[in-house]
Design a protein around this ligand. Structure first.
Ligand SMILES: N[C@@H](CCC(=O)N[C@@H](CS)C(=O)NCC(=O)O)C(=O)O
Length: 197
């Protein structure tokens, strides 16, 4: 069910990397903490050891060099993609996550929390919309890691915002529908969604 897990999974499918999935719930058991220090999913096991944190895993997969590149080769353009991903995570995914309890687990959020999250999300969506291009991909003419982050994290945040705040964040992101449709045509995304279902 994890959006982060699905980002890493689709990226590995895009890159044609052979992998085995190990289904595990986030947990605080010492065995798992040795693999993923905060007990979160995803983590990956490589020939050299374990790695956690989705953006770190993206960067590792890119550095390993198999499959199509998902960052621009130009250093500045790559940094712009990373900047966009960081804002999507810190300013959209993480605030929206504070309402997952209400939306997915039946734990109602206070009005105070909702107001706080809404203010953060308004600022976050506005920040992200200053960096997005939709040409047709979120950071330009080529697909990048930012598109996978967008598909799984930003999209989920908009669903949460609609359900918990009755606020349509899509209004803040013109062209978002076209990009989501484009992403959903990809075999990698279709497989992740089918497996999730
Ligand atoms: N910063 C982490 C976030 C991963 C994350 O939040 N995963 C969630 C599932 S979507 C999780 O494991 N949550 C359990 C917890 O927070 O203890 C990453 O980039 O991979």
């Amino acid at each position: 069910m994890s959006n982060y897990y699905n980002m890493v999974k689709t990226v590995m499918l895009e890159k044609g990397i052979d992998f085995e999935e190990v289904l595990v719930n986030p947990n605080q058991e010492s065995d798992y903490l040795a693999k993923s220090p905060m007990g979160k999913v995803p983590c990956i096991e490589t020939e050299q050891g374990f790695l956690s944190e989705t953006i770190v895993i993206f960067n590792y997969l890119e550095a390993v060099g198999s499959g199509p590149n998902l960052y621009p080769s130009d250093a500045f353009q790559r940094a712009k993609v990373e900047e966009l991903i960081h804002h999507m995570e810190k300013d959209i995914e993480l605030p929206a996550r504070r309402l997952y309890g209400e939306v997915f687990f039946g734990r109602p959020a206070s009005d105070e929390l909702k107001a706080e999250v809404k203010a953060k999300l308004e600022q976050g969506f506005s920040a992200v919309s200053r960096l997005t291009k939709y040409e047709p991909y979120v950071a330009g003419s080529d697909i990048t890691y930012a598109d996978f982050f967008f598909r799984f994290a930003v999209n989920l945040a908009t669903i949460v915002a609609k359900k918990a705040l009755d606020w349509d964040a899509f209004n803040e992101l013109p062209n978002v529908r076209e990009l989501l449709d484009l992403m959903d045509e990809r075999a990698s995304v279709q497989r992740a969604l089918a497996d999730q279902a």
